[in-house]
Design a protein. Structure first.
Length: 369
């Protein structure tokens, strides 16, 4: 009986010694690899809860070491990167109060209402980096170039098919600086022998269907020919999230955007009626039974520049024969001849609403590539 007790004491002593050795090895391991690497052994990067737990451990480790402010942020971000948790794949918010890691929302989910129309998005295509949120549906988000397209950025295919000349004028730009505006028109008397290809006019809210009837309808068709504007799709960078691109807004989308934003901002200077198609199929559009209607010039989402000669063509034939709808530089929708007058264009991009995005730092919304 005593011999059994003696054996038990020996085993106990050996067990204690082993535990001390193991504890020492754990301490050594912690000092060498730290809490970060231990935690990463059990983290499933597809599991948001586990990723958040790891981020919290990393943050606590850095905070305990008296890191604060930007140093703390950089330390947490760097350690998360080491564990495969990257800023372009996760939405990581770090502060002195803690860390929060979530999956990215779709751009459409970040848009609270049409009041957000006009906010900036860091989309990049064909050298154009300034884009504004123009319109959205449950399925799509539409961006418009913040500025009128310079002639050098007009696709060569478009120039070859329809755009013949440009006219540059010195003006005062919206930021107060001096610059030039480059405008386009079609050669007088030019008849288009090859019709443009309309991929999906309904995508752009365009109700006009027969683009082969009149000269102005044919010209408008080239705004809708996405094969001519594919330089603005940039599918290489944004992949399948890019749906399409056109040369300038459709009149219907322009009106829909304006109405939606004015309703959302509780400013009721909106169109009394929808854009109307002429009763004659060879004709085009009119608004409120007139050819013009005033809009506010306070919002550069709908005009580009209040200086002279910065009007924007709309992708819509007018009910006035041989005319195309456009937005005047001081905020009025009207129409005029395509060949005698020069106007600007502002390309429009359609993206899938679920394209990953976050609230930006230098822009209002930042797309995750």
């Amino acid at each position: 009986m005593k011999r059994k007790q003696g054996v038990s004491l020996i085993v106990l002593v050996i067990t204690i010694i082993v535990m001390i050795i193991l504890a020492a090895s754990v301490v050594i391991t912690l000092s060498n690899t730290g809490i970060i690497n231990r935690a990463s052994l059990v983290v499933d990067l597809a599991n948001q809860s586990q990723v958040q737990n790891l981020a919290s451990l990393i943050w606590a480790d850095a905070y305990t070491n008296n890191l604060r402010g930007q140093v703390l942020i950089d330390e947490v971000i760097d350690k998360l990167e080491e564990q495969g948790i990257k800023e372009d794949e996760w939405n990581i918010i770090v502060s002195d109060k803690g860390v929060n890691v979530t999956t990215f929302s779709g751009l459409g989910d970040l848009i609270e209402s049409a009041e957000d129309y006009g906010k900036t998005v860091d989309y990049v295509a064909n050298g154009i980096t300034k884009w504004k949120l123009f319109y959205h549906t449950n399925e799509y988000v539409y961006l418009i170039a913040s500025e009128a397209l310079s002639y050098g950025k007009v696709p060569e295919k478009f120039k070859e098919k329809s755009c013949a000349t440009t006219l540059s004028t010195d003006i005062t730009l919206p930021d107060g600086s001096k610059g030039t505006v480059e405008r386009i028109h079609w050669k007088y008397g030019t008849e288009l022998t090859e019709f443009a290809t309309i991929q999906n006019s309904s995508l752009w809210l365009a109700n006009w269907k027969d683009y082969s009837l009149t000269r102005m309808s044919k010209y408008v068709a080239y705004f809708f020919d996405e094969t001519l504007w594919d330089a603005y799709k940039n599918t290489e960078k944004y992949g399948d999230y890019v749906v399409g691109a056109i040369g300038t807004p459709s009149a219907e989308m322009f009106v829909a955007s304006w109405n939606a934003k004015r309703e959302a901002t509780k400013k009721y200077e909106i169109y009394a009626d929808e854009l109307v198609l002429s009763e004659y199929k060879e004709k085009g559009y009119y608004i409120n039974n007139t050819v013009t209607i005033d809009i506010s010039t306070e919002d550069d989402l709908y005009i580009w520049c209040a200086d002279a000669n910065s009007d924007i063509w709309l992708a819509a034939p007018s009910s006035a024969d041989g005319y195309i709808m456009y937005v005047e530089n001081y905020g009025k929708i009207t129409a005029n001849d395509t060949t005698n007058y020069y106007r600007c264009v502002r390309p429009v991009i359609c993206l899938k609403a679920d394209i990953p995005a976050k609230i930006g730092t230098t822009t209002d919304f930042s797309i995750i590539k």
